[in-house]
Ligand binder design. Structure first.
Ligand code: ZN
Ligand code: ZN
Length: 369
């Protein structure tokens, strides 16, 4: 059900990371974030560490992944030494290799204090540990053709799942039933997984941005926020639609929908290569503020999407990120009125010169008749 996808360009990534080591003030980097390990090697296991030096790439993992790691690295065309062992043996191999370097970078967002202490103790005084942030994540911000194709395929799966589930609304299902139906359809359509725990929030629950689906039955005229995504070959999509069985029951709810639609359109209109994440956020926020609901837009406007559902760049008030061509980001303003209801509309888009291309294509219309 998922069309043929162009290959991922994995083998150029370790060389590109090497090009960033000097600037980061390290001789080598131990990659411990599993999405980063996957990005650099193609290895999709749940445990492992990757040491990257100017001429070295060493992956250590455990016996569960002996065959899988070899297959995935070969498929990706990645040349790296792979050492298999129990955790203490992995650590020994890693330490031995790491002593060749004077300044050894660790990913500060992906190590535990305990592991860092143990590593420092095992290395002795010759090798100094250096905290690094965002080295691989920086590479991941700009997607290649194969990555965009996978995110687009994941978005298409979510679109088709919603099209199948939409008619169920008329039967007044519970939030849980709708969420389960979305998850089931995404898997049937070829998704490897859901991108995150599906959100279905109805009526007053829609006034909470990240409500968990519960046993509440959907009623006519209330807003139902559905936030969900699929995973295709590791890559995620992220989309929110707000639906309403019949017209919104109150003028306030109708106004919330109109304002969120206008805000999202303004945000999408601002997305373009070279634009700051804070600028896109401002475009969304101005529309909401003009309607008097500035305080009801309680989260950032968007985020990057890829191997992780939340990654760089950020689109928020405090963001210093700048959008680059071939970044994939979400635009998802919302208005939440506690106890009453709320709406959010979210699309995943790829940034192009002078604008964007929308990957999540479900209709944004709210009323289901
Ligand atoms: Zn979302
Ligand atoms: Zn999102």
């Amino acid at each position: 059900m998922i069309a043929d996808l162009p290959p991922l360009d994995v083998s150029t990534r370790i060389p590109r990371l090497r090009g960033r080591l000097e600037e980061a003030g390290v001789d080598a980097l131990v990659v411990t974030g599993m999405s980063n390990v996957r990005y650099l090697t193609g290895f999709s296991g749940s445990a492992g560490r990757l040491l990257v030096g100017p001429e070295q790439a060493l992956l250590v993992t455990d016996g569960r992944y002996r065959t899988q790691s070899a297959e995935e690295l070969a498929a990706a065309g990645v040349e790296a030494d792979v050492e298999i062992g129990r955790p203490p043996e992995q650590q020994e191999v890693l330490v031995k290799a790491a002593t060749a370097y004077r300044l050894l970078g660790l990913e500060e967002d992906h190590v535990s204090w305990g592991w860092k202490r143990a590593l420092a103790g095992a290395l002795g005084g010759q090798t100094e540990l250096v905290a690094t942030a965002g080295l691989v994540e920086g590479l991941r911000r700009v997607k290649d053709e194969g990555e965009v194709a996978r995110i687009e395929a994941a978005a298409s799966v979510a679109d088709q799942a919603l099209a199948r589930v939409r008619p169920l609304m008329a039967e007044r299902p519970t939030e849980e039933e709708l969420a389960l139906a979305l998850d089931y359809e995404m898997r049937r359509l070829g998704a490897g997984d859901r991108a995150f725990e599906t959100i279905v929030a109805s009526g007053p629950n829609a006034g909470k941005p990240h409500a968990r689906p519960g046993a509440r039955r959907i009623g006519e005229g209330e807003l139902v926020v559905m936030d969900f995504g699929a995973v295709v070959e590791g890559y995620r999509s992220d989309m929110t639609r707000t639906l309403c069985l019949g017209p919104p029951a109150t003028g306030v709810l109708a106004a919330v929908v109109e304002v969120v639609q206008a805000s999202q359109a303004a945000g999408l209109g601002a997305v373009s290569a070279g634009v700051g994440g804070a600028e896109v956020d401002r475009a969304c926020r101005e529309v909401v503020a003009a309607a008097g609901w500035a305080e009801a837009f309680v989260h950032g406007t968007g985020h990057g999407v890829g191997l992780d559902v939340h990654e760089a760049p950020a689109l928020s008030v405090t963001s210093t990120d700048r959008l680059e061509e071939s970044s994939v980001v979400t635009v998802e303003p919302g208005v939440y009125l506690p106890g009453h209801g709320g709406a959010r509309i979210e699309d995943t888009v790829v940034v192009v010169a002078g604008g964007h291309r929308v990957l999540t294509r479900s209709p944004r219309e709210v009323v289901v008749s």
